[in-house]
Design a protein around this ligand. Structure first.
Ligand code: ADP
Ligand code: MG
Length: 270
């Protein structure tokens, strides 16, 4: 088997790379695919927290590289889904503990036994980024609809385009708030796609459930009722090659607006 190695990257920090990695990884594993998530954010490990696996980590990627354990020993199985495994980042080591060649080697080994290897990239365009992309052949660029994040995403897309091994670069737009787009306080999906000019793989709404799910250590894709969960499940299906229409994020607000207008009419009558 040769699995697909996808790097989840952004340029700017805090736009949702780790959230995206945890959710897409979980969704792909739930649909029966073997997945390994690699946390390459040395010093800032948090993919383990999102998955609720922080207490199960014995070895990290640095232990593998410095040969204190075998690669297999460092893979932590997800509690709910044995198809999903995590290779954790070291919390304390400096960023020079890993180089691009070593990361590529790890990806090359893992893709032989897995359908997907998802690499959660640190922020920035320095060594951490170079390491994270080294073994990948596909990239998902995460951005929010803010100019600073879009600018950094644009820079990352430029860098990804220089890498011969990367054959696909797709956009995931996170923290979208349709009501703000309507009131012209937020850039629209079309605006962002127009600037970055890469194909869209997902639109994820702003959802406070994501923050709660992070605290609980359970990705929101496990919540059947959450809109962001549905949006991430759709991303996983698109990655698997299915044509899934983008969610109409307006729906909940449309419904609320309808209810409000009915209530206001009633009030008039009363
Ligand atoms: P990165 O890995 O790019 O630094 P994270 O995935 O850690 O970003 O997300 C940064 C913060 O934003 C986290 O607190 C996360 O819970 C929150 N967040 C991410 N996506 C959303 C969303 N769609 N709605 C609400 N909060 C979000
Ligand atoms: Mg992160």
């Amino acid at each position: 088997m040769t699995g697909r190695v996808i790097v989840i990257t952004s340029g700017k920090g805090g736009v949702g790379k780790t959230t995206t990695s945890a959710n897409i990884g979980t969704a792909l594993a739930k649909s029966g695919h073997k997945v390994v998530l690699i946390d390459t954010d040395l010093g800032l490990r948090n993919l383990d927290l999102l998955l609720g696996l922080e207490n199960r980590i014995v070895y990290t990627i640095v232990d593998v590289i410095e040969e204190r354990c075998k690669l297999k020993q460092a893979l932590v199985k997800d509690k709910k889904n044995p198809n999903l495994q995590l290779l954790a980042a070291a919390q304390t080591r400096d960023k020079t503990a890993v180089n691009a060649e070593q990361l590529k080697e790890i990806c090359d080994i893992l893709k032989e036994e897995n359908d997907f290897v998802l690499v959660d990239c640190p922020a920035g365009i320095e060594q951490g980024f170079q390491n994270a992309v080294a073994g990948a052949s596909e990239a998902i660029v995460v951005t929010t609809p803010e100019m600073s994040a879009i600018r950094d995403a644009d820079r990352i897309i430029g860098l990804l385009n220089t890498k011969e091994e990367i054959t696909s670069v797709k956009l995931l737009l996170n923290r979208v708030r349709p009501n703000l787009i309507k009131s012209n306080e937020m850039m629209s999906v079309d605006d962002v796609v127009g600037i970055l000019e890469i194909p869209l793989v997902g639109i994820i709404p702003e959802d406070t459930g994501i923050i709660t799910s992070t605290n609980k250590g359970e990705p929101i894709v496990n919540d059947e009722n959450a809109l962001a969960g549905k949006a991430y499940r759709n991303v996983a299906e698109r990655i698997l090659g299915e044509e899934v229409p983008f969610l109409d994020l307006d729906e909940p607000r449309g419904l609320m607006a309808k209810i409000k207008s009915v209530i206001s009419k009633l009030k008039v009558k009363v």
